[in-house]
Structures are given as structure tokens and as C-alpha cells.
Design a protein around this ligand. Structure first.
Ligand SMILES: CC[C@@H](C(=O)O)C(=O)SCCNC(=O)CCNC(=O)[C@H](O)C(C)(C)COP(=O)(O)OP(=O)(O)OC[C@H]1O[C@@H](n2cnc3c(N)ncnc32)[C@H](O)[C@@H]1OP(=O)(O)O
Ligand SMILES: [Co+2]
Length: 134
């Protein structure tokens, strides 16, 4: 069911500083920020040869990453995003296996304009998983 690793997401307290660090110190190709109110975050994607890094900054207190940053004030690895060909088939299979699909269980449109879903970290070895239909 799982395809490629689409991105590794890192929650950061200062998106501009983290972007500059990747661009100037690590020498990476860093995209422009995208504000995504439906997800409560601003994101910056960093293109690597084999995958992407997604830097995440909360838009406000209601953001899904606010509590995570409170627990990890200097930032931390937040989720892994795997590609799937059919997100509804993947969701139904995971639910049948007892995994918790977050939110209302319906895909949202993610940063790449494709449907995404999240799976509870406690059901996957302490790792928050995002699925993206490609
Ligand atoms: C930009 C769009 C999109 C894309 O296209 O790429 C994105 O990536 S959006 C990214 C942000 N959106 C999301 O993360 C949506 C899904 N997340 C959630 O629904 C919540 O963040 C959460 C995973 C349910 C956590 O909710 P929260 O209220 O912050 O915490 P809880 O108290 O409910 O946490 C329960 C438990 O889980 C631990 N936890 C929380 N976050 C993580 C994490 N990222 N990785 C691992 N573990 C996590 C938390 O510490 C709690 O553990 P205990 O203290 O042991 O109970
Ligand atoms: Co993501």
C-alpha cells in the first residue's frame, strides 16, 4: 500500500530562521513559505534529491502543532508522509485494522494540492503518519 517517502516534517519555532539555516548553512534548495489556514500552519518545503523536508510553523494557538512545540520548544521531527495511490482504500484498510484516522476521517487537500490524511502517533510506534494520494 505504501509508496515513496514524500516528506519528513519538522516543527520549528522560527520558520524564517530555520529556512535560512537550511539555505545558507546546509546548502539546500529552499522553497517560498506557503500559508495554509485550513491546516493551521505555514510551511516551507526543502527539496532533497530523494525526498523533501517540510518545515512547519503554527499559524496560531489552535494549530495542531502548537502543543507539540510547547513540548519541544526548540523544534522536533513531527511526522512522516508516505505516498499512496488510493487514499480512501488506504483509509478503509487502516480503519479495519483498528488504526485511528485523525479529524473527521475525510481527506483534506494538503500542501501539494493532493488529498491527505493523518494517523494517530500512538498507533504507529509514536510516529505521526501523513498519507498523501499521488
Ligand atoms: C501542510 C499541510 C500538510 C501537508 O500537506 O504536508 C501537513 O503536514 S499539516 C501538519 C499539521 N497537521 C497535523 O499534524 C494534523 C494531524 N495532527 C493532529 O491531529 C494532532 O497534532 C495530534 C497528532 C492528534 C496531536 O494532538 P495534540 O492535541 O497536539 O496532542 P495530544 O495531547 O492529543 O497528543 C496525544 C499524544 O500523542 C503525542 N503526540 C502528539 N503529536 C505527536 C507527534 N507529532 N509525534 C509523536 N507523538 C505525538 C503527544 O505527546 C501525546 O502523548 P502522551 O503525552 O504520551 O499522551
Ligand atoms: Co506534511
Amino acid at each position: 500500500m505504501l509508496g515513496r517517502l514524500n516528506h519528513v516534517a519538522i516543527a520549528v519555532p522560527d520558520l524564517a530562521a530555520a529556512s535560512a539555516q537550511y539555505r545558507t548553512i546546509l546548502g539546500a534548495e529552499v522553497n517560498e513559505p506557503q500559508v495554509l489556514p485550513e491546516h493551521g500552519v505555514t510551511v516551507v518545503f526543502i527539496n532533497l534529491p530523494n525526498t523533501k523536508i517540510e518545515l512547519l510553523e503554527p499559524l496560531d494557538e489552535a494549530s495542531p502543532i502548537t502543543a507539540f512545540l510547547a513540548m519541544n520548544p526548540s523544534g522536533g521531527m513531527h511526522h512522516l508522509c508516505y505516498e499512496v495511490e488510493d487514499i480512501l482504500a488506504a483509509r478503509d484498510r487502516l480503519k479495519a485494522e483498528g488504526a485511528r484516522v485523525l479529524g473527521d476521517g475525510e481527506p483534506k487537500i494538503g500542501a501539494h494540492n493532493k488529498p491527505v490524511l493523518f494517523l494517530h502517533p500512538k498507533d504507529f510506534n509514536g510516529t505521526l503518519i501523513e498519507l498523501e494520494q499521488v
